[in-house]
Design a protein around this ligand. Structure first.
Ligand code: NAD
Length: 484
């Protein structure tokens, strides 16, 4: 397999103009996979200019929605046809188990392109109910040049949640993947060319956040910038926009999601097992990771016992082994950061119930055991800060009132959940939990049809569903005077 690390600008693979590059290192064993172009502001200028030319001449924007649909559905088919190759790239690059890359990531990417492709020729604009001597058309117009900046935890999927609706609505795109996981973004854009997305419409610039990302964020000819990543970096993008051309900004940011288990749920074992599965899925490197488990005291001991037992199923293993359920952390620096939280939590008085060690160091890779802290208070750092690793905090509470209070006592508001068989409590929680997503008696539901995003410091705007199309379009009103 040829692994490409060049940028893709105006339909051509190119090195950075500076000729600088950096190594893409696999977290599985520390091996260098390839060199990746280290794009600077001058490369970003070229990509944005190519995207602008493509938008201005209408080679994509002016195609009938049905034609864009055909191309996007073809891209979905190409993603399916290259499933194994894309899954392998994703796993080598960021360390998730190959079984997840294959059955979750690649499949979801293909579905995403097919879904927006299928949707786009079924959406009508509006005629407003104005007086009869006028006609007022309310149409959705593409923004123009859209930049997408994405993280490394689901590299290709996070890119697709932005690129698919942006392309479906006729925009030109410049995508910047994370410097920790650039490879599938490049390959996806290459497949898009093969599917028939015209040159210049979907560009990829690789590089580091403070250089490449910032250059996009401050660019005067980018009309909208849509970011997924940490809350800290999301703040930078708001500043970049404010200090440049006030480009439209969308932010999908971090989380510290509360997961409430109440004694009124009929099957505490099931609730606790599902909670552990969700907390340790993708090595805990998940924005919606239910990392704060808020449990009613009367069922606390049973919950912790099941959590600890279930965590033992997540044995760190070689990500390319199809049997592995729990892979490598994305890289060395993130591994170090996650491990620092073990000492932080213990110093704050949390009790280590299981895990807490870096393992398999002889492999040269980045592996951490699933880790559970009990007797956590919500004001501890382990409960307030996003760890983005396999670390679960258990916070005992007296009753549902305290549970909801603790759940909302966080700067974040991405996901939340509650386990109860009491209908009124479920409805109350669904209203009172301040989060973009609330799960009742589940944690793993997912579908393209529903919006995804956060309240509070977890973001602005929504990915997925038809609502995402609002991000990539401007509403335009056209008044027409009829007769005299
Ligand atoms: P990050 O914020 O460090 O990086 C995200 C992107 O921003 C990368 O492409 C990076 O190169 C770029 N970047 C970094 N510093 C920058 C700077 N100073 N200026 C401009 N760009 C910069 O996040 P990450 O570590 O890649 O991903 C983990 C974070 O992403 C977590 O906080 C997680 O919760 C969040 N996330 C959110 C969602 C969601 O939908 N809400 C989904 C996945 C991940």
């Amino acid at each position: 397999m040829c692994i490409r690390g060049q940028a893709l600008i105006d339909g051509q693979f190119v090195d950075a103009l500076s000729e600088r590059s950096f190594a893409s290192v696999s977290p599985i064993d520390g091996a260098t996979l390839t060199q990746v172009a280290d794009c600077g502001p001058e490369d970003v200028d070229l990509a944005v200019a190519a995207a602008r030319r493509a938008f201005a001449d209408g080679r994509w924007a002016k195609r009938a929605p049905a034609e864009r649909k055909t191309v996007l559905c073809r891209l979905a088919e190409l993603v399916r046809a290259h499933r194994d190759e894309l899954a392998l790239l994703e796993t080598l690059d960021m360390g998730k188990p190959i079984s997840d890359s294959t059955s979750i990531d690649v499949r979801a990417v293909a579905n995403c392109f097919a879904w927006y492709g299928e949707a786009i020729d079924k959406i009508y604009d509006e005629i407003a109910p104005t007086p009869s001597d006028t006609l007022a058309l309310v149409t959705r117009e593409p923004l123009g040049v859209v930049a997408a900046v994405v993280p490394w935890n689901f590299p290709m999927l996070m890119a697709s949640w932005k690129v698919a609706p942006a392309l479906a609505t006729g925009n030109s795109v410049v995508l910047k993947p994370s410097e920790k996981s650039s490879l599938t973004a490049i390959r996806l854009a290459e497949l898009a060319l093969e599917a028939g997305v015209p040159q210049g419409v979907f560009n990829v610039v690789t590089g580091w956040g403070p250089d490449t990302g910032q250059a996009l964020g401050r660019h005067m000819d980018v009309d909208g910038l849509f970011f997924t990543g940490s809350t800290q970096v999301g703040r930078h993008y708001m500043q970049y926009a404010a200090q440049s051309n006030l480009k439209k900004i969308g932010l999908e940011l971090g989380g510290k999601s509360p997961n409430i288990i109440l004694s009124s749920y009929r099957d505490i074992r099931h609730a606790a097992e599902t909670s552990a599965n969700s907390a340790f899925f993708n090595q805990g490197e998940m924005c919606t990771c239910p990392s704060r488990l808020i449990v009613e005291e009367s069922v606390h001991d049973e919950v912790v016992e099941v959590l600890v037992a279930r965590s033992k199923a997540f044995v760190p293993g070689h990500p390319l082994d199809p049997a592995t359920q729990f892979g490598a952390m994305v890289d060395e620096s993130h591994t170090t950061r996650v491990m620092e939280f073990v000492a932080v939590a213990e110093a704050d008085g949390a009790r280590l119930a299981i895990g807490g060690r870096r393992v398999c160091e002889e492999s040269g890779g980045c592996f951490i055991e699933p880790t559970i802290f009990d007797e956590v208070r919500n004001d501890m750092r382990i409960a307030q800060e996003e760890v983005f690793g396999p670390m679960l905090s258990v916070i005992p509470v007296k009753d549902v009132d305290e549970a909801i209070h603790v759940a909302n006592d966080s700067p974040f508001g991405l996901a939340s959940s509650i386990w109860t068989d009491d209908l009124s409590t479920a409805h109350r929680a669904s209203r009172e939990l301040r989060a973009g997503l609330t799960y009742v008696n589940c944690y793993d539901c997912d579908d393209m049809t529903v919006p995804f995003g956060g309240f509070k410091e977890s973001g602005i705007g929504r990915d997925k569903s038809l609502h995402a199309l609002d991000k990539y379009t401007e509403l335009k009103t056209t008044w027409i005077r009829l007769g005299q």
